[in-house]
Design a protein around this ligand. Structure first.
Ligand code: NCD
Ligand code: ZN
Ligand code: ZN
Ligand code: ZN
Length: 432
Protein backbone atom coordinates (compact mmCIF):
# COMPACT_ATOMS: atom_id res chain seq x y z
CA UNK A 1 0.00 0.00 0.00
CA UNK A 2 1.14 3.55 -0.68
CA UNK A 3 -0.34 6.45 1.25
CA UNK A 4 0.32 9.39 -1.00
CA UNK A 5 0.49 13.09 -0.17
CA UNK A 6 0.51 12.49 3.55
CA UNK A 7 1.37 15.22 6.01
CA UNK A 8 3.06 13.14 8.67
CA UNK A 9 3.07 14.61 12.16
CA UNK A 10 5.76 13.96 14.75
CA UNK A 11 7.18 15.92 17.69
CA UNK A 12 9.76 17.31 15.25
CA UNK A 13 7.22 18.83 12.89
CA UNK A 14 5.24 17.98 9.78
CA UNK A 15 6.80 15.98 6.97
CA UNK A 16 5.15 15.82 3.56
CA UNK A 17 5.82 12.46 2.04
CA UNK A 18 4.44 9.32 0.46
CA UNK A 19 4.33 6.39 2.83
CA UNK A 20 5.23 2.92 1.56
CA UNK A 21 3.85 0.00 3.51
CA UNK A 22 4.73 -3.67 3.10
CA UNK A 23 3.87 -6.67 5.25
CA UNK A 24 2.44 -4.47 7.96
CA UNK A 25 5.51 -2.27 8.24
CA UNK A 26 6.57 1.11 6.97
CA UNK A 27 9.31 0.43 4.43
CA UNK A 28 9.92 3.93 3.14
CA UNK A 29 8.97 7.59 3.29
CA UNK A 30 9.61 9.20 -0.07
CA UNK A 31 9.05 12.51 -1.74
CA UNK A 32 8.26 10.87 -5.05
CA UNK A 33 6.32 7.81 -6.06
CA UNK A 34 8.17 5.27 -8.14
CA UNK A 35 6.75 1.98 -9.27
CA UNK A 36 3.10 1.31 -9.87
CA UNK A 37 0.50 -1.41 -9.54
CA UNK A 38 0.28 -0.95 -5.80
CA UNK A 39 -2.86 0.05 -3.97
CA UNK A 40 -2.75 3.79 -3.36
CA UNK A 41 -4.61 5.83 -0.79
CA UNK A 42 -4.71 9.57 -1.30
CA UNK A 43 -4.24 11.45 1.97
CA UNK A 44 -4.40 14.91 0.44
CA UNK A 45 -5.73 17.40 2.96
CA UNK A 46 -5.31 15.04 5.89
CA UNK A 47 -2.68 14.69 8.59
CA UNK A 48 -1.16 11.31 9.33
CA UNK A 49 -0.33 10.45 12.95
CA UNK A 50 1.16 7.30 14.46
CA UNK A 51 -1.53 5.14 16.07
CA UNK A 52 -2.18 6.53 19.53
CA UNK A 53 -1.04 4.65 22.63
CA UNK A 54 -3.48 5.03 25.49
CA UNK A 55 -1.47 3.98 28.52
CA UNK A 56 -4.46 3.94 30.88
CA UNK A 57 -7.76 2.13 30.22
CA UNK A 58 -10.15 -0.07 32.18
CA UNK A 59 -11.83 -2.56 29.84
CA UNK A 60 -13.57 -4.53 32.61
CA UNK A 61 -12.75 -7.93 31.23
CA UNK A 62 -13.06 -10.26 32.98
CA UNK A 63 -15.50 -9.56 35.73
CA UNK A 64 -17.62 -6.59 34.70
CA UNK A 65 -18.29 -7.21 31.02
CA UNK A 66 -21.69 -5.56 31.30
CA UNK A 67 -19.84 -2.22 31.42
CA UNK A 68 -17.31 -3.03 28.66
CA UNK A 69 -15.55 -6.10 27.37
CA UNK A 70 -12.19 -6.34 25.68
CA UNK A 71 -13.72 -6.43 22.20
CA UNK A 72 -16.02 -3.42 22.67
CA UNK A 73 -13.25 -1.51 24.46
CA UNK A 74 -10.66 -2.15 21.75
CA UNK A 75 -13.19 -1.30 19.01
CA UNK A 76 -13.86 2.00 20.74
CA UNK A 77 -10.11 2.56 20.92
CA UNK A 78 -9.70 2.03 17.17
CA UNK A 79 -12.57 4.41 16.43
CA UNK A 80 -10.60 7.00 18.38
CA UNK A 81 -7.33 6.41 16.54
CA UNK A 82 -5.88 4.42 19.44
CA UNK A 83 -4.03 1.29 18.29
CA UNK A 84 -2.42 0.34 21.62
CA UNK A 85 -4.08 0.27 25.05
CA UNK A 86 -2.64 -0.50 28.48
CA UNK A 87 -5.33 -2.18 30.54
CA UNK A 88 -5.40 -1.71 34.29
CA UNK A 89 -5.42 -4.58 36.80
CA UNK A 90 -8.62 -3.71 38.66
CA UNK A 91 -10.61 -6.30 36.75
CA UNK A 92 -12.23 -9.14 38.68
CA UNK A 93 -10.44 -11.04 40.04
CA UNK A 94 -7.78 -8.36 40.65
CA UNK A 95 -4.64 -9.06 38.65
CA UNK A 96 -2.35 -9.55 41.63
CA UNK A 97 -0.69 -12.88 40.83
CA UNK A 98 1.14 -14.36 37.84
CA UNK A 99 -1.56 -16.99 37.57
CA UNK A 100 -4.38 -14.45 37.33
CA UNK A 101 -2.40 -12.35 34.85
CA UNK A 102 -1.95 -15.40 32.64
CA UNK A 103 -5.64 -16.27 32.91
CA UNK A 104 -6.67 -12.73 32.02
CA UNK A 105 -4.43 -12.91 28.96
CA UNK A 106 -6.14 -16.09 27.84
CA UNK A 107 -9.55 -14.48 28.10
CA UNK A 108 -8.79 -11.22 26.38
CA UNK A 109 -6.37 -12.35 23.67
CA UNK A 110 -9.26 -13.86 21.73
CA UNK A 111 -11.16 -10.56 21.90
CA UNK A 112 -8.61 -7.81 21.40
CA UNK A 113 -9.19 -5.78 18.24
CA UNK A 114 -6.16 -3.55 18.85
CA UNK A 115 -2.76 -4.08 20.45
CA UNK A 116 -2.53 -4.13 24.20
CA UNK A 117 -0.45 -4.48 27.33
CA UNK A 118 -1.56 -5.42 30.81
CA UNK A 119 -0.64 -3.94 34.15
CA UNK A 120 0.07 -6.01 37.21
CA UNK A 121 -1.63 -4.88 40.44
CA UNK A 122 0.07 -4.35 43.77
CA UNK A 123 -1.52 -5.79 46.90
CA UNK A 124 -0.31 -5.34 50.45
CA UNK A 125 1.45 -8.69 50.35
CA UNK A 126 2.54 -9.51 46.76
CA UNK A 127 5.86 -7.62 46.59
CA UNK A 128 7.87 -10.75 45.86
CA UNK A 129 5.52 -11.88 43.12
CA UNK A 130 5.43 -8.36 41.63
CA UNK A 131 9.22 -8.30 41.52
CA UNK A 132 9.34 -11.37 39.27
CA UNK A 133 6.22 -10.78 37.23
CA UNK A 134 6.53 -11.53 33.54
CA UNK A 135 4.29 -10.30 30.77
CA UNK A 136 3.17 -7.03 32.35
CA UNK A 137 3.92 -3.46 31.23
CA UNK A 138 4.43 -2.34 34.81
CA UNK A 139 3.19 -2.35 38.37
CA UNK A 140 0.07 -0.41 39.32
CA UNK A 141 -0.28 0.74 42.90
CA UNK A 142 -3.57 2.10 44.18
CA UNK A 143 -2.65 4.34 47.11
CA UNK A 144 -6.31 5.15 47.67
CA UNK A 145 -9.39 3.03 47.16
CA UNK A 146 -11.28 3.43 43.90
CA UNK A 147 -13.14 1.02 41.60
CA UNK A 148 -12.14 -2.57 42.47
CA UNK A 149 -10.45 -3.93 45.56
CA UNK A 150 -6.77 -3.26 44.88
CA UNK A 151 -5.28 -1.04 47.56
CA UNK A 152 -1.94 -0.55 49.25
CA UNK A 153 -2.54 1.68 52.23
CA UNK A 154 0.07 0.34 54.64
CA UNK A 155 3.23 2.46 54.51
CA UNK A 156 5.55 -0.52 55.03
CA UNK A 157 3.85 -2.53 52.28
CA UNK A 158 4.11 0.44 49.94
CA UNK A 159 7.77 0.98 50.67
CA UNK A 160 8.51 -2.70 50.11
CA UNK A 161 7.03 -2.49 46.60
CA UNK A 162 9.33 0.41 45.74
CA UNK A 163 12.24 -1.37 47.34
CA UNK A 164 11.83 -4.65 45.46
CA UNK A 165 10.37 -3.79 42.05
CA UNK A 166 12.94 -3.87 39.21
CA UNK A 167 14.33 -0.43 38.53
CA UNK A 168 14.06 -0.62 34.75
CA UNK A 169 10.28 -1.12 34.92
CA UNK A 170 7.49 1.38 35.59
CA UNK A 171 5.64 1.78 38.88
CA UNK A 172 2.40 3.63 38.12
CA UNK A 173 0.39 5.04 40.98
CA UNK A 174 -3.18 6.02 41.53
CA UNK A 175 -2.06 8.80 43.84
CA UNK A 176 -4.85 9.59 46.25
CA UNK A 177 -3.97 9.12 49.90
CA UNK A 178 -6.33 6.64 51.54
CA UNK A 179 -6.19 8.16 55.01
CA UNK A 180 -7.03 11.61 53.68
CA UNK A 181 -9.88 10.29 51.53
CA UNK A 182 -11.34 8.43 54.51
CA UNK A 183 -11.15 11.47 56.73
CA UNK A 184 -12.98 13.71 54.26
CA UNK A 185 -15.58 11.10 53.34
CA UNK A 186 -16.42 10.90 57.02
CA UNK A 187 -16.84 14.63 57.19
CA UNK A 188 -19.24 14.79 54.22
CA UNK A 189 -21.12 11.57 54.77
CA UNK A 190 -24.06 13.32 56.42
CA UNK A 191 -24.47 15.84 53.57
CA UNK A 192 -27.03 14.95 50.96
CA UNK A 193 -25.22 15.63 47.70
CA UNK A 194 -21.67 16.71 48.40
CA UNK A 195 -19.22 17.87 45.74
CA UNK A 196 -16.85 15.10 44.73
CA UNK A 197 -13.93 17.56 44.66
CA UNK A 198 -14.57 18.24 48.35
CA UNK A 199 -15.05 14.62 49.34
CA UNK A 200 -11.78 13.64 47.63
CA UNK A 201 -9.97 16.98 47.87
CA UNK A 202 -6.74 18.17 46.23
CA UNK A 203 -4.82 17.55 49.45
CA UNK A 204 -5.37 13.79 48.96
CA UNK A 205 -3.43 13.74 45.69
CA UNK A 206 -0.78 16.09 46.98
CA UNK A 207 -0.14 13.87 50.01
CA UNK A 208 0.09 10.72 47.90
CA UNK A 209 2.31 12.31 45.26
CA UNK A 210 4.71 13.48 47.95
CA UNK A 211 4.96 9.96 49.41
CA UNK A 212 5.39 8.23 46.06
CA UNK A 213 8.03 10.68 44.85
CA UNK A 214 9.90 10.30 48.14
CA UNK A 215 10.02 6.52 47.64
CA UNK A 216 11.00 6.74 43.97
CA UNK A 217 13.83 9.02 44.98
CA UNK A 218 14.99 6.86 47.87
CA UNK A 219 15.07 3.66 45.81
CA UNK A 220 15.80 5.12 42.37
CA UNK A 221 12.69 3.57 40.86
CA UNK A 222 10.75 4.73 37.80
CA UNK A 223 7.55 6.33 39.03
CA UNK A 224 4.63 7.23 36.79
CA UNK A 225 1.96 9.42 38.37
CA UNK A 226 -1.40 8.66 36.76
CA UNK A 227 -4.14 11.23 36.10
CA UNK A 228 -2.57 14.43 37.46
CA UNK A 229 -5.33 16.77 38.49
CA UNK A 230 -4.04 19.64 40.61
CA UNK A 231 -1.53 22.45 40.56
CA UNK A 232 0.20 21.29 43.77
CA UNK A 233 0.61 17.77 42.38
CA UNK A 234 1.97 19.19 39.13
CA UNK A 235 4.49 21.28 41.06
CA UNK A 236 5.69 18.29 43.06
CA UNK A 237 6.29 16.33 39.87
CA UNK A 238 8.11 19.25 38.29
CA UNK A 239 10.36 19.69 41.32
CA UNK A 240 11.14 15.97 41.38
CA UNK A 241 12.05 16.03 37.69
CA UNK A 242 14.33 18.95 38.32
CA UNK A 243 16.07 16.98 41.06
CA UNK A 244 16.59 14.10 38.68
CA UNK A 245 14.08 11.69 40.22
CA UNK A 246 12.95 9.25 37.47
CA UNK A 247 9.34 10.40 37.46
CA UNK A 248 6.85 10.78 34.64
CA UNK A 249 3.24 11.84 34.71
CA UNK A 250 0.04 11.75 32.73
CA UNK A 251 -3.04 13.94 32.36
CA UNK A 252 -6.45 12.80 31.18
CA UNK A 253 -8.75 14.55 28.71
CA UNK A 254 -11.40 14.99 31.39
CA UNK A 255 -9.02 16.81 33.72
CA UNK A 256 -7.87 18.98 30.81
CA UNK A 257 -11.24 19.77 29.26
CA UNK A 258 -13.68 19.70 32.20
CA UNK A 259 -13.73 21.31 35.66
CA UNK A 260 -15.72 21.12 38.86
CA UNK A 261 -18.24 23.43 37.24
CA UNK A 262 -19.03 20.75 34.66
CA UNK A 263 -19.27 18.27 37.52
CA UNK A 264 -22.34 20.11 38.80
CA UNK A 265 -24.09 19.76 35.45
CA UNK A 266 -22.91 16.19 34.85
CA UNK A 267 -23.71 14.89 38.34
CA UNK A 268 -22.38 11.32 38.64
CA UNK A 269 -21.56 11.27 34.91
CA UNK A 270 -18.76 13.64 35.90
CA UNK A 271 -17.74 11.64 38.96
CA UNK A 272 -14.33 10.04 38.71
CA UNK A 273 -11.21 9.60 40.85
CA UNK A 274 -9.44 11.90 41.18
CA UNK A 275 -12.34 14.37 40.79
CA UNK A 276 -12.80 17.20 38.32
CA UNK A 277 -10.98 20.17 39.84
CA UNK A 278 -11.16 23.96 39.98
CA UNK A 279 -10.51 26.10 36.91
CA UNK A 280 -7.26 27.16 38.52
CA UNK A 281 -6.07 23.57 38.73
CA UNK A 282 -7.13 22.94 35.14
CA UNK A 283 -5.25 26.05 34.02
CA UNK A 284 -2.13 24.85 35.86
CA UNK A 285 -2.15 21.60 33.85
CA UNK A 286 -2.34 23.54 30.58
CA UNK A 287 0.37 25.97 31.67
CA UNK A 288 2.67 23.06 32.44
CA UNK A 289 1.93 21.04 29.32
CA UNK A 290 5.69 20.72 28.70
CA UNK A 291 6.06 18.76 31.94
CA UNK A 292 3.19 16.37 31.16
CA UNK A 293 4.72 13.26 29.61
CA UNK A 294 1.60 11.42 28.54
CA UNK A 295 -2.00 12.19 27.80
CA UNK A 296 -3.98 9.02 28.54
CA UNK A 297 -7.69 8.56 29.02
CA UNK A 298 -8.35 6.57 32.20
CA UNK A 299 -11.28 5.20 30.15
CA UNK A 300 -13.43 3.84 33.00
CA UNK A 301 -16.90 2.90 31.76
CA UNK A 302 -19.88 2.32 34.03
CA UNK A 303 -23.49 1.89 32.89
CA UNK A 304 -26.01 4.73 32.89
CA UNK A 305 -27.99 2.80 35.44
CA UNK A 306 -25.01 2.64 37.78
CA UNK A 307 -24.34 6.35 37.31
CA UNK A 308 -27.95 7.29 38.01
CA UNK A 309 -27.72 6.01 41.56
CA UNK A 310 -27.23 8.49 44.41
CA UNK A 311 -23.83 10.14 44.86
CA UNK A 312 -22.48 7.70 47.44
CA UNK A 313 -23.60 4.58 45.53
CA UNK A 314 -22.61 5.62 42.00
CA UNK A 315 -19.23 4.24 40.88
CA UNK A 316 -16.40 6.60 39.86
CA UNK A 317 -15.03 6.73 36.34
CA UNK A 318 -15.89 8.00 32.87
CA UNK A 319 -15.27 6.61 29.37
CA UNK A 320 -12.88 8.48 27.08
CA UNK A 321 -10.81 6.27 24.78
CA UNK A 322 -12.63 7.27 21.58
CA UNK A 323 -13.04 10.98 22.35
CA UNK A 324 -9.43 11.83 23.32
CA UNK A 325 -8.09 12.48 19.83
CA UNK A 326 -11.04 14.62 18.61
CA UNK A 327 -10.80 16.69 21.82
CA UNK A 328 -7.06 17.18 21.31
CA UNK A 329 -7.46 18.02 17.61
CA UNK A 330 -10.07 20.61 18.54
CA UNK A 331 -7.57 22.03 21.04
CA UNK A 332 -4.98 22.14 18.22
CA UNK A 333 -7.44 24.23 16.22
CA UNK A 334 -7.88 26.49 19.23
CA UNK A 335 -4.07 26.75 19.49
CA UNK A 336 -4.03 25.48 23.04
CA UNK A 337 -1.66 22.65 22.08
CA UNK A 338 0.26 21.86 18.90
CA UNK A 339 -0.21 18.77 16.74
CA UNK A 340 3.45 18.03 17.46
CA UNK A 341 2.75 17.98 21.20
CA UNK A 342 -0.27 15.74 20.69
CA UNK A 343 1.87 13.17 18.86
CA UNK A 344 4.61 13.48 21.46
CA UNK A 345 2.31 12.83 24.42
CA UNK A 346 0.00 10.22 22.94
CA UNK A 347 2.38 8.31 20.64
CA UNK A 348 6.09 8.92 21.08
CA UNK A 349 6.44 9.32 24.83
CA UNK A 350 4.40 6.26 25.82
CA UNK A 351 6.38 4.16 23.31
CA UNK A 352 9.66 5.45 24.73
CA UNK A 353 8.67 5.26 28.39
CA UNK A 354 7.53 1.65 28.14
CA UNK A 355 10.03 0.57 25.49
CA UNK A 356 7.47 -0.47 22.86
CA UNK A 357 9.32 -1.77 19.83
CA UNK A 358 8.06 -0.55 16.45
CA UNK A 359 5.41 1.73 17.94
CA UNK A 360 4.81 5.43 18.44
CA UNK A 361 6.53 6.71 15.30
CA UNK A 362 5.83 6.68 11.59
CA UNK A 363 9.27 5.75 10.33
CA UNK A 364 11.09 3.10 8.37
CA UNK A 365 10.87 -0.36 9.99
CA UNK A 366 8.13 0.75 12.37
CA UNK A 367 4.73 -0.95 12.38
CA UNK A 368 2.26 0.54 9.92
CA UNK A 369 -0.18 1.63 12.62
CA UNK A 370 -1.43 5.11 11.83
CA UNK A 371 -4.37 7.48 11.79
CA UNK A 372 -5.57 9.91 9.15
CA UNK A 373 -7.22 12.95 10.66
CA UNK A 374 -9.09 15.89 9.19
CA UNK A 375 -8.31 19.00 11.21
CA UNK A 376 -11.07 20.95 9.51
CA UNK A 377 -14.05 18.64 9.82
CA UNK A 378 -16.44 19.30 12.69
CA UNK A 379 -18.32 16.49 14.43
CA UNK A 380 -20.56 16.45 17.43
CA UNK A 381 -20.02 13.90 20.19
CA UNK A 382 -23.23 11.93 20.26
CA UNK A 383 -24.05 8.87 22.34
CA UNK A 384 -25.43 6.97 19.34
CA UNK A 385 -22.08 7.15 17.54
CA UNK A 386 -20.02 5.79 20.40
CA UNK A 387 -18.53 2.30 20.35
CA UNK A 388 -18.07 1.92 24.09
CA UNK A 389 -20.58 -0.48 25.60
CA UNK A 390 -21.57 2.01 28.28
CA UNK A 391 -23.04 4.23 25.58
CA UNK A 392 -22.46 7.70 27.03
CA UNK A 393 -19.72 10.30 27.34
CA UNK A 394 -19.12 13.21 29.69
CA UNK A 395 -18.28 15.18 26.53
CA UNK A 396 -21.63 14.49 24.86
CA UNK A 397 -22.96 17.41 22.89
CA UNK A 398 -19.56 19.01 22.27
CA UNK A 399 -18.92 20.10 18.69
CA UNK A 400 -15.29 19.39 17.94
CA UNK A 401 -13.25 20.54 14.97
CA UNK A 402 -10.89 17.72 14.08
CA UNK A 403 -11.98 14.20 13.24
CA UNK A 404 -10.60 10.70 12.96
CA UNK A 405 -11.11 9.73 9.32
CA UNK A 406 -9.34 6.40 8.88
CA UNK A 407 -7.26 4.13 11.07
CA UNK A 408 -4.73 1.50 9.95
CA UNK A 409 -3.15 -1.31 11.88
CA UNK A 410 -0.25 -3.25 10.32
CA UNK A 411 -1.18 -1.55 7.06
CA UNK A 412 -4.79 -2.78 7.10
CA UNK A 413 -7.67 -0.37 7.37
CA UNK A 414 -9.45 -1.03 10.69
CA UNK A 415 -11.71 2.04 10.85
CA UNK A 416 -13.16 4.12 8.01
CA UNK A 417 -14.74 6.92 10.00
CA UNK A 418 -17.91 4.93 10.61
CA UNK A 419 -17.19 1.24 10.92
CA UNK A 420 -14.56 -0.75 12.76
CA UNK A 421 -13.38 -3.74 10.73
CA UNK A 422 -10.85 -5.30 13.08
CA UNK A 423 -11.75 -8.82 14.18
CA UNK A 424 -11.65 -10.01 17.75
CA UNK A 425 -8.23 -11.49 18.42
CA UNK A 426 -6.46 -9.42 15.77
CA UNK A 427 -4.60 -7.30 18.33
CA UNK A 428 -1.30 -8.46 19.85
CA UNK A 429 0.01 -8.52 23.39
CA UNK A 430 3.04 -6.22 23.46
CA UNK A 431 4.39 -7.87 26.61
CA UNK A 432 3.80 -11.52 25.76
C1 NCD B 1 -11.40 3.85 37.65
C2 NCD B 1 -12.31 2.65 37.37
O1 NCD B 1 -13.54 2.80 37.37
O2 NCD B 1 -11.78 1.57 37.13
N1 NCD B 1 -12.20 4.92 38.12
C3 NCD B 1 -11.91 6.23 38.14
O3 NCD B 1 -12.69 6.98 38.70
N2 NCD B 1 -10.85 6.72 37.55
C4 NCD B 1 -10.30 3.49 38.61
C5 NCD B 1 -9.25 4.52 38.73
O4 NCD B 1 -8.45 4.75 37.82
O5 NCD B 1 -9.16 5.14 39.78
ZN1 ZN C 1 -15.05 -11.51 28.71
ZN1 ZN D 1 -6.78 5.76 39.05
ZN1 ZN E 1 -7.74 4.40 36.06
Amino acid sequence: VIIKNARIASSKGILEANLFVEDGKVVALKKTISGSGEKTIDATGLFLLPGLIDAHVHFRDPGAEWKEDFFTGTRAALAGGVTVVFDMPNTAPSVDSQKILNEKKKIISAQAACNYALYFGASEANQNEAKQISGACGLKIYMGSTTGSLLVKDAVALEKHFQLFPKEKIIAVHGEDEETIKKYAEKYRAGEKPEHNKVRPPVAVETAARKAIELAKEYGKKLHVCHLSTEAEMNLVKEAKKEGVPVSCEATPHHLFLSEEDAKRLENFGKMNPPLRSRKDVAALWENMDAIDLIATDHAPHTREEKEKDYWSAPSGVPGVETMLPLLLNAVNERRISLEQVVEKTCENPAKLFGLKGKGFVAEDFDADFVLVDLKKTKKIAAENLFTKCGWSPFEGMRLRGSVERVFMRGEEVFDGENVFAKPGSGSDLFS
